[in-house]
Design a protein around this ligand. Structure first.
Ligand code: CP3
Length: 350
């Protein structure tokens, strides 16, 4: 009998490797979360970070969108700041706000005070991934699990600003003005994010996504000099395990080529860049994306017409994984995402 955990022939992993697929695989960033009533029900009374440390809850929440939509991949329920919490950084995720850090990091001493992550800090991650891999093997013919981490720049932004930021001004001031502190901070986070990904891969995740959500705040020159080497270090460590890597950021039209070179097998494209223009920039790599998340609020035929354009554009790429151009908006109607999943999966590629 074949190994039930061998998902290498799934549409998702075939597309990631650039092999022919019977349908375009689809999953949604933030598919597990606030747009689902069943998520709100199980989260009732449990704080976000506590939920992320409870293997049973993580398993249930990760499976919810797979059950409801039959998507081609599951995304692990956690957060980019969870590993920082696990090593003891005083932070919280405030509902409707995002990660808030009690003592922002500004000096070499602040960086040195953050411990490195070890697998022993996150036993609940190993437990949740193992249980998920077992459950997912039996869902929809075998559904791969995507692990994830935050890229050094995006995580640094929360640590340096102390919370969410539009301009990332304090972060960039540190980057431009105190290169030795910046370098130490980026190395520290790169180590933490790489270990976080390794733990998920070792426990059975089929692929990983490195979220550099806020990298679009940088010019290509600054990205290449101050950020890319550290993201590349993270991607190299998981690449050594043979696990495919997706690399995603928002507003990254000018960075797509560099983000691919950093060591990605798949480059995630946000909705501002037409997929057809992104494909030549990413070179010999697959692409992921990129329906505007607000199109899910449009009439179904308008939404599916745009989805069809994206699927058609994606055919020029080495491989194409359908996704939204950023996360699911919390007020999204789950029935509309179900229709979108069904549309993408039944779109004829012949
Ligand atoms: O479904 C999934 O995609 C898996 C889970 C996931 C979460 N966060 C759960 C979450 C993933 C992949 C993330 C990544 C993440 N977290 C990113 C990168 C992705 C992106 O959106 O660009 C970033 C920047 C964060 C930091 C963060 N955590 C933000 C900005 C927020 C939203 C704040 C808010 O409430 O509007 C969070 C909280 C968060 N992470 C929630 C969820 C489901 C909401 C928590 C809740 O239910 O109150």
């Amino acid at each position: 009998m074949s190994d039930p955990h061998d998902l290498s022939d799934s549409a998702f992993l075939r597309a990631v490797r650039g092999e022919p697929v019977s349908h375009t695989p689809v999953w949604f960033m933030r598919q597990a979360g606030r747009s689902l009533p069943e998520y709100l029900a199980v989260r009732e009374g449990t704080n976000m970070l506590e939920s992320c440390m409870n293997a049973e809850l993580v398993t249930e929440i990760t499976l919810q969108p797979v059950r409801r939509y039959g998507v081609d991949a599951a995304i692990f329920f956690s957060d980019i700041v969870l590993p920082l919490k696990a090593v003891g950084v005083d932070l919280d995720i405030k509902p409707g706000v995002g990660p808030v850090v009690a003592q922002p990091v500004r000096t070499l001493a602040d960086v040195a005070a953050i411990p490195d992550l070890t697998p022993e800090h996150v036993p609940f991650i190993t437990e949740a991934v193992r249980s998920l891999v077992g459950e997912l093997a039996g869902m929809n013919g075998g559904t791969p699990l995507i692990g994830f981490a935050g890229a050094p720049f995006t995580v640094a932004s929360y640590l340096v600003e102390g919370g969410p930021s539009k301009e990332h001004a304090k972060t960039k001031a540190l980057m431009f003005g105190a290169p030795e502190v910046w370098d130490a901070l980026m190395r520290k986070i790169a180590g933490i994010s790489a270990t976080f990904l390794e733990v998920q891969a070792a426990a059975g995740a089929s692929a990983v996504q490195l979220f550099d959500s806020w990298a679009g705040a940088l010019t290509p020159g600054d990205y290449e000099r101050y950020v890319m080497p550290h993201s590349a270090a993270v991607l190299a460590r998981v690449g050594a395990l043979g696990v495919p890597r997706i690399h995603f950021g928002v507003g990254t039209t000018n960075l797509l080529s560099l983000m691919g070179t950093a060591g990605a097998d798949v480059v995630g494209v946000d909705w501002r860049t037409p997929l057809g223009s992104a494909i030549p920039l990413v070179g010999d790599r697959a692409v992921q994306g990129n329906l505007d998340p607000t199109l899910v609020f449009a009439p179904t035929d308008v939404m599916t017409a745009r989805a069809a354009e994206i699927i058609e554009a994606g055919r020029a790429a080495k491989g194409h994984v359908f996704n939204l151009g950023h996360g699911v908006i919390p007020s999204t109607d789950p029935d509309q995402l179900a229709r979108l999943t069904e549309f993408v999966q039944s779109y004829p590629l012949g």
